[in-house]
Design a protein around this ligand. Structure first.
Ligand SMILES: [Zn+2]
Length: 125
């Protein structure tokens, strides 16, 4: 984590930096383990809770109460927001079973057709 705090000329408390971590996920294509470097850029204006503030410089605000803020919780939240929605390997990890299922050829996955009997039910009505 590289994080710097400074006060701007107009007395705004600013935090800027980057936090990163290597996290283990399950690849959503091949279901194998996948390690991803998750990185979140931070550029926020720290304000007191209840303090009136105006948006400036596309900077997000974080309101801090009397008890302060936990740096580890804040960084954890930033990393959680930066997690990829669908983590997949950055190479073609498609297995032969997945290829068969996607192409509609017979195979264990392709034979599982849960709605196959609906058309015959509809004909009786
Ligand atoms: Zn994969």
């Amino acid at each position: 984590m590289d994080l710097f705090f400074r006060m701007s000329k107009d007395c705004q408390h600013l935090a800027k930096g980057v936090v990163w971590a290597t996290c283990a996920f399950v690849c959503q294509r091949c279901l194998d383990q996948l390690l991803v470097k998750v990185e979140a850029k931070i550029q926020v204006n720290l304000v007191s809770e209840g303090e009136a503030h105006e948006p400036r410089d596309f900077c997000e605000f974080i309101a801090i109460g009397d008890s302060g803020i936990s740096l580890s919780t804040w960084m954890e939240d930033e990393l959680l927001l930066a997690i990829p929605q669908v983590p997949v390997h950055n190479y073609d990890c498609t297995t032969e079973d997945i290829r068969r299922a996607l192409s509609g050829q017979s195979g264990q996955v392709a034979e599982n057709r849960p709605f196959a009997g609906l058309s015959s039910l509809a004909k009786h009505n």
